[in-house]
Design a protein. Structure first.
Length: 481
């Protein structure tokens, strides 16, 4: 499938908008410019939000099973076209076709899950303390949603937000990352083919300026996935208006390896957590905490496996490039600053690979201090730091020793240690004897601390994001019957 030379917005079809200039889209694997993207303006954002507002009143009245049917058809269209979608994800992100197909399959599963939720859009019936009164609750849509997604898993990120938002009766304008603009256009095309009315779902292209223009419009909800810094800026911008805000932010996720762990399996999970998707996951395992008694053996095995990882975007490769020159330079700067501060050792990587594109060698840092900047800041790339602990209490302090709290993993056979870790770990998700990532559509995803603001997407918990609960009381008069 050919990648387009120019990528515009979507408003019931491809739409140019105010044409206030373009930004370039670069191929992460070659570093070459491959397309121009229309930069969304305040005028463009206002047009799309006004259209969404106009369509909201008819869309919310559409029976939920009819809405679910449209989403089901869109999911089936996605399944029939999964190879074409994966090809675009492959081009835009630089990940392999194998990984891109895995991402598309996850988005398809998400679509089937949310289409089926149309059968279970439950309210609650409750008792009343007053005589002859019936009490119950119903869910209602929030209104016009501004959805802002990240580049790392573009089709999955879009599915996470779009499916529940539309099922619940909201209309939406999405601002995808400027690094992955066409993936979302393909999503919009499939929704239109499935019968979604024009204006119910639109796409605004552009960088952060376009995102700001979108959330400054008359919206009712903003759902944002991205860095903590940008997420908190989003919250500040809308803070003086009655706008519901759902933030899914970053992580500095620990993977703990205890003395009784299966070391070889823990090494594989650490590799996948740190380096798959080039480390560009909010759930990446960017900190490894190892029991002192096995630390040397674990490091040797991890370094040996890391040194034979293959870089590229073919299916036989292990990791691809990061998404942009800007992202690559930020990570290299962090590594250089760490070298100057000292008291760390680079066991692998730490440099740019000598080939076209934005490839960074998978990097392992032996860090004496779990409070160092490298161990505290989300880098969003193939960099992992290793820290050694001596006691369970010390390990828990290290696990909880960052402002983040998204995911955490522990490797051990000790059932008591597992239960205490689940209890004491400050995170939204815990993985036992597995990697730090691996969310599923039917499970809630989100974190504590600066990893989020309390909401969870997806899972049925996302209904709490995209609906409001209305309490209803009905007084009846038995004597009239």
């Amino acid at each position: 499938m050919r990648y387009p030379d120019t990528i515009g917005h979507w408003h019931g079809g491809l739409w140019v908008g105010a044409l206030n200039g373009c930004i370039e889209k670069f191929d992460p694997c070659s570093g070459k410019s491959i397309a121009k993207i229309h930069q969304g303006t305040e005028e463009d954002a206002a047009t799309l939000v006004d259209s969404a507002r106009n369509e909201f009143f008819s869309w919310r009245k559409t029976p939920i099973l009819e809405r679910a049917s449209i989403l089901l058809k869109a999911t089936q269209i996605m399944e029939r076209n999964k190879n074409n979608i994966a090809r675009i994800v492959h081009i835009e992100t630089g990940k392999s076709m194998k990984d891109a197909l895995g991402e598309v399959s996850g988005a398809i599963r998400m679509g089937y899950f949310w289409a089926s939720e149309g059968e279970r859009f439950y309210g609650r019936t409750m008792t009343s303390g007053m005589k002859d009164r019936f009490a119950y609750t119903v869910r209602e849509p929030v209104g016009v949603c501004a959805l802002i997604t990240s580049f790392n898993t573009p089709i999955a990120n879009t599915a996470w937000k779009m499916f529940p938002a539309l099922l619940c009766g909201n209309t939406a304008v999405i601002k995808p990352s400027e690094y992955t603009p066409y993936t979302t256009i393909m999503f919009a095309e499939m929704l239109a083919e499935a019968g979604l009315p024009p204006g119910v779902f639109s796409v605004l292209q552009g960088d952060g300026q376009a995102g700001r223009a979108l959330i400054e419009q008359d919206i009712d909800l903003v759902s944002f996935t991205g860095s903590a810094r940008t997420g908190f800026a989003v919250r500040r911008i809308v803070s003086e208006r009655p706008v519901k805000v759902s933030l899914e932010l970053g992580g500095k996720n620990p993977l703990v390896v205890c003395a009784d762990a299966d070391i070889d399996w823990a090494v594989e999970c650490a590799l996948l957590s740190a380096f798959s998707n080039a480390g560009q996951r909010c759930a990446a395992g960017s900190r490894i905490l190892v029991d002192v008694s096995i630390a040397n053996v674990f490091k040797e095995k991890l370094v040996a496996r890391t040194n034979v990882l293959r870089l590229g975007n073919a299916d036989e490769d292990d990791l691809g490039p990061v998404v942009s020159e800007k992202q690559l330079m930020a990570m290299l700067t962090q590594c250089e600053d760490a070298k100057k501060r000292g008291r760390i050792a680079f066991l692998a990587g730490g440099y740019r690979v000598g080939r076209p594109g934005y490839f960074m060698a998978p990097t392992i840092i032996d860090d004496e201090f779990h409070t160092s900047l490298l161990a505290q800041n989300e880098l969003f790339g193939p960099i992992v730091s290793i820290h050694v602990f001596d006691t369970f209490r010390e390990m828990i302090e290290m696990v909880n020793g960052t402002p983040y709290g998204l995911t955490a993993a522990i490797h051990t056979k000790h059932s008591d240690a597992i239960q205490c870790f689940i209890r004491d770990c400050r995170s939204g998700i815990v993985s036992v004897n597995g990697p730090t990532y691996g969310s599923e559509p039917n499970m809630p995803f989100g974190g504590v601390g600066v990893s989020g603001n309390g909401f969870r997407e997806p899972g049925t918990e996302a209904l709490d994001v995209y609906t409001e609960t209305k309490g209803v009381y009905i007084k009846y008069f038995p004597d009239t019957v």
